[in-house]
Each structure stands twice: as structure tokens, then as C-alpha cells.
Design a protein around this ligand. Structure first.
Ligand code: ZN
Length: 313
């Protein structure tokens, strides 16, 4: 082969590399953007705790671009956090954000409502979700001041839904159909899942955690969480946008959330049944799930919380 020939081969190899090498989806600050279909995206926030850098956006958000504007699943943890979500959306579409759905009452699901309301968006949430937001607002603001600080909190104020629903709610927005299904108490007193039947995409909210260990809190219920997961799974989603972690499959969601919840309840039950001392509950061997982020920090606390739940059951 002459020099010209070699050069030509090199150019082809280079072009092939450029075309075939997967590149990370564009990201803005701490979000990783995952494209699911042409119009459906996940904004994946960090898996760790709230910090001044992530502005309490340590969760995964959903974006649906319709022919009549953007539907956003969960609004971010602060005013500035909501602004950051909006900046990321502007990289994906020129459409305005028309509707925001709060999937539960946790700070990073709704404290950005005020920002999006100012942009002209309507907010929709389940009645019990709004009640949960109201009940926990003071705690959330104190916690946020301690984690993201005053500068991160600047501009944040509580704004609740413009539209409240009680039962399953179907929405047709432009060319997209969405189903909002309340699934009862799970990670929070009122969790909602959002289903796109045509695209078979499930925005599970905190019904599903992947890559990081889920957190059972005093306001959670690990028993009905299992039922909520089963309700979600019955839709047989092809893609799940979890509350925390990357877009995932039902199989992986089962492994990281459902199997862990069942394992945790069974092992705490056995421990108590064998007359174990609650002070030692942290010693239950949860190492089968040690691959999950935040494992060391959460495993003992989760066992303790489930123990308290089972005492009431
Ligand atoms: Zn969460």
C-alpha cells in the first residue's frame, strides 16, 4: 500500500471511531441526561446526600417533551436547583415547561415548584402528597439550611399544587398521554407513579431506587412499599426512570429495591422472632446489598426503622 492508501485507511478508521464510539449524553453541571425516546429524558442527579453544590437535586427527574410544552416530573430541591433543572431542559428543547408533577412530598420533589410556577407552569399533585408537603415543610427547610446552606436556599419558598387529584388521573397533553397512579404509602406517606402507556416508560419516583440503597424513614412504610412496587411492576415497563439512579429495567429495579425490601423485612422479623435485642439490630448481615451506594450509612438505620414498623404490625 502506498502512502496515500495508508492515509486513506487511517482517515476511515478515525471516522469509524468517531461515529461508533458512545459518548456521554450532554450534561449540565451535576445532571447526566439520559435520552429514552426522542421526546422522553431522565435527568440523573448525584446518588449521595444534599450538598451546596447539588442544591438538593440529589434525585432523578423526568422530562417529557410534548407538542404543547414540557412536562417535568418533580421540580428540584430548591429555587436555584429548579433553575438548574430548567437550564438542562433548555439544552433539550425550546418548548416551555407547562406542567410539573410532584411524585411525593420530599423536598427534592417539590421545593422547586415556586420557580416553575413563575415560568408559567401548572403544578399537579395528589391530595395526600400535598398534605405530606405541608406537614414536613418546617423539617425540610431546617434540614436544607444545614445541608445546602443559606446561599443554596436563596429564593426557595413553598408553593403547592394548582391542581389536586384523589384517584388515578389521565392527562392528554399535545401528542402525549400520561397516567398518574397513586400507589399509597411507600418511601413517603403518598407516592405517585407516572406511566406513559405508548412509550412503556415508567417514572416510578421513590418506589424504585437503583445503584444506591433505599432509605426507610419514620414516614415510610416498608410493607406497603412492597405492594406499591408490585403495582408498578404490573405495568411491565420497558424503561424505568427511578427516583434515584440511572434509567433502568424492571429486573434491576427488582434486585436493588424489591429484593432488598423483602430481605430486610424477613431478616428483621427473624431477628426479633429469635429474641434479638434491638440494640444489636444493626448487626444483621446485609452484605448481599453492600454493592449499593450509602450501604454503610443506611443499613443499620433501615433495620431499626423496619423493626419499629414490625412492632406495630
Ligand atoms: Zn428521594
Amino acid at each position: 500500500m502506498n502512502r496515500h492508501g495508508i492515509l486513506q485507511v487511517l482517515v476511515w478508521v478515525l471516522l469509524f471511531e468517531i461515529v461508533t464510539t458512545p459518548r456521554p449524553a450532554h450534561s449540565s453541571d451535576d445532571f447526566e441526561v439520559q435520552k429514552i425516546t426522542d421526546d422522553v429524558f431522565a435527568l440523573v442527579g448525584p446518588l449521595g446526600d444534599r450538598t451546596p453544590e447539588n442544591l438538593s437535586n440529589n434525585a432523578t427527574y423526568g422530562v417529557i417533551v410534548t407538542s404543547e410544552g414540557v412536562v417535568l416530573i418533580d421540580s428540584g430541591g430548591t429555587y436555584k436547583g429548579a433553575q438548574r433543572i430548567h437550564e438542562t431542559i433548555k439544552n433539550l428543547t425550546e418548548e416551555p415547561v407547562k406542567l410539573v408533577i410532584n411524585t411525593n412530598g420530599q423536598d427534592h420533589r417539590w421545593l422547586g415548584n415556586d420557580y416553575f410556577r413563575q415560568q408559567g407552569a401548572k403544578i399537579i399533585a395528589h391530595r395526600k402528597t400535598v398534605e405530606d408537603q405541608e406537614a414536613r415543610l418546617d423539617d425540610q427547610l431546617i434540614r436544607l439550611a444545614n445541608t445546602v446552606g443559606d446561599s443554596g436556599m436563596a429564593g426557595t419558598s413553598a408553593t403547592h399544587a394548582d391542581e389536586i387529584f384523589d384517584e388515578k388521573r389521565n392527562l392528554v397533553i399535545g401528542d402525549k398521554t400520561l397516567e398518574l397512579h397513586p400507589v399509597g404509602q411507600a418511601h413517603t406517606p403518598s407516592d405517585v407513579i407516572v406511566w406513559l402507556p405508548k412509550e412503556k416508560v415508567m417514572f416510578s419516583g421513590d418506589i424504585v431506587y437503583t445503584e444506591r440503597m433505599l432509605s426507610v424513614r419514620p414516614y415510610s412504610n416498608s410493607g406497603s412499599w412492597i405492594n406499591a412496587f408490585e403495582t408498578m411492576a404490573a405495568f411491565e415497563p420497558e424503561h424505568i426512570v427511578p427516583g434515584h439512579g440511572h434509567v433502568t429495567t424492571l429486573e434491576k429495579a427488582r434486585q436493588d429495591t424489591y429484593s432488598y425490601l423483602r430481605f430486610l423485612r424477613d431478616s428483621v422479623y427473624e431477628f426479633m422472632d429469635a429474641g434479638g435485642d434491638i440494640a444489636d439490630i444493626g448487626n444483621i448481615d446485609q452484605s448481599a446489598f453492600s454493592y449499593l451506594n450509602n450501604y454503610k450509612f443506611l443499613k443499620g438505620r433501615n433495620a431499626q426503622q423496619v423493626c419499629q414498623e414490625l412492632e406495630w404490625e
